[in-house]
Write a protein that binds this ligand. Structure first.
Ligand code: NAD
Length: 485
């Protein structure tokens, strides 16, 4: 089978009809994979608003049933969807399978959640009064996603939003539109089995930034959950705030790992390779800054240089490959701007941009070290005292993920304490990337402050209502106020 035949087969199996003006290119070889049609934001918002009128009245556990069916259909579609993710985003097949598994996991989580959307009962200061809070559906949720997690980010949001009673509109990355089409085919299968989901409950609106902007500005969208660059969030955040909408931002990271003298260097080296070089450095949680104690730095860096030189860079469809291509030429140029002549291009598949992950030792944290270059560049800094290392971890504009390798309990606890890492994620003896769906995911500062996926992240997708009920025969006022004729 030629690569072109293979592509056609994947598109057929994924149920994708290729038509329209928007083109999808594969980072593997730069060739066209297929086309999609630009969506209609106005129509999508109208349909979502109509669907909300119906869906908010459906009991939450019944809404969970739709998400359960979605999880089932995703299990069936996993191998094909994973192949399409690899074709369109360039990540290796193992990681693509993992991405679909993440969708399945969050569906399972949301099904359980559909019976646990708990509020509190609160002690009232007045006699014969009862206070409580309820969490009601919020309204249509817009999901804007980035190219590097072309389907999982939608699922993190959609599974939770749906059980919370909200319709979902998805504006996928213009670099991975076919993944969106494939997921919609799977959603339709789940909806058919479910039987009574309102039309317009789950929609896909293809397009570039301008389409995203039209959706972001629409007052019918109650929550904008936007994943992408900090530049995107800087635009989206104020736009939504201007119309008093709700926003959940998941933006760029500049993640560090501190390696202490007591660290298990064997584990650390493996974690560094996966988190710095995996997905060709194109994860929001990619390890970009390694902060190593000076006593072990030479030893660890030498070991990493050997690993980085050996790691197999190539066609992500091949099982032996660990690092696939960069997403496009712009990404290659951004990496070249940092590395200059030191960039090591790898001849893998013609038309794709394949690079060997790079290690750059720096004396100070300045210039490009403070920025997120979305490519596999690992900066190495040295430290003497742990306080100094934590200060380095924190003194960048982003605040997504961080980690420490140490066998010293005091160091680990300090790193996770109030005066430790300032990031949304702080790990011990694992790298900063590869989060599980059970925790709330997101980061501080220029990462945007949003949290999605597990824990109580669902509360962003609902509106809180406080209820006070008087079951007595008198009308006492709060704070003891007297207001009688
Ligand atoms: P990007 O910002 O170029 O695009 C992301 C999405 O936003 C796309 O769908 C795009 O069309 C849309 N968009 C861009 N500007 C917009 C605007 N003004 N209004 C409305 N929509 C707009 O990002 P990318 O290159 O696709 O992805 C890489 C970036 O995403 C990196 O910075 C990475 O760290 C970040 N990311 C963050 C997370 C997270 O959870 N924190 C997860 C994945 C990726």
């Amino acid at each position: 089978m030629t690569p072109a035949d293979e592509t056609r087969e994947i598109l057929d199996l994924a149920g994708i009809e290729c038509a329209g003006k928007l083109v999808s290119y594969s980072p593997i070889d730069g060739k066209v994979i297929g086309r999609v049609t630009r969506g209609d934001p106005e129509q999508a918002c109208a349909r979502a608003a109509a669907a909300f009128e119906i869906w908010r009245n459906v009991p939450a556990p019944r809404r969970g049933e739709l998400v359960r069916l979605l999880g089932e259909r995703l299990r069936e579609a996993k191998p094909v969807l994973a192949k399409l993710i690899t074709l369109e985003s360039g990540k290796i097949i193992q990681e693509s399978l993992g991405e679909v598994q993440e969708m399945i996991d969050v569906c399972d989580f949301a099904v359980g959640l559909s019976r646990q959307l708990y509020g509190l009962t609160i002690a009232s200061e007045r006699p014969d009064h009862r206070m409580m809070e309820q969490w009601h559906p919020l309204g249509p949720v817009l999901v804007i996603s980035a190219f590097n997690f072309p389907v999982a980010v939608w699922a993190w949001n959609a599974a939770i939003a749906l059980v919370c009673g909200n319709p979902v509109i998805w504006k996928p990355s213009e670099k991975a539109p076919l993944c969106g089409e494939a997921v919609m085919t799977i959603v339709r299968r789940a909806m058919d089995r479910f039987g009574s989901a309102p039309e317009g409950l789950v929609q896909l609106v293809q397009g570039e930034r301008d389409v995203g902007e039209l959706l972001v500005d629409d007052p019918r969208i109650a929550l904008v959950s936007a994943t992408g660059s900090t530049a995107m969030g800087r635009d989206v955040g104020p736009r939504v705030a201007k119309r008093f909408g709700r926003v959940l931002l998941e933006l760029g990271g500049n993640n560090a790992m501190i390696v202490c003298p007591s660290a298990d260097l064997e584990l650390a080296a493996r974690a560094i390779l996966f988190s710095a070089a995996g997905t060709a450095g194109q994860r929001c949680t990619t390890l970009r800054r390694l902060i190593v104690h000076e006593s072990i730095a030479d030893q660890l860096v030498a070991r990493l240089r050997r690993l980085f030189a050996q790691v197999k860079v190539g066609d992500p469809r091949k099982s032996e490959t660990l690092i696939g291509p960069l997403i496009d030429e712009a990404s290659f140029k951004a990496m070249k701007k940092v590395l200059g002549g030191n960039i090591e291009q790898v001849e893998a598949v013609e038309g794709g941009f394949y690079v060997r992950p790079a290690i750059v030792e720096v004396g100070a944290q300045e210039g490009t070290v403070l920025k997120e270059t979305f490519a596999p560049i690992l900066y190495v800094l040295r430290y003497q005292e742990l306080d100094e290392a934590i200060a380095l971890n924190n003194s960048v504009p982003q605040g997504l993920s961080s980690s420490i390798f140490t066998l010293d309990l005091r160091e680990a606890e300090l790193f996770m304490s109030a005066r430790g890492s300032d990031c949304g994620i702080a790990n011990v003896n694992i790298g900063p990337s590869g989060a599980e769906i059970g925790g709330a995911f997101g980061g501080e500062k220029e990462t945007g402050g949003g949290r999605e996926s597990g824990s109580d992240a669902w509360r962003t997708y609902v509106r809180r209502q406080t209820n006070t009920v008087n079951y007595g025969t008198d009308l006492p006022l709060a704070q003891g106020i007297k207001f009688d004729l």
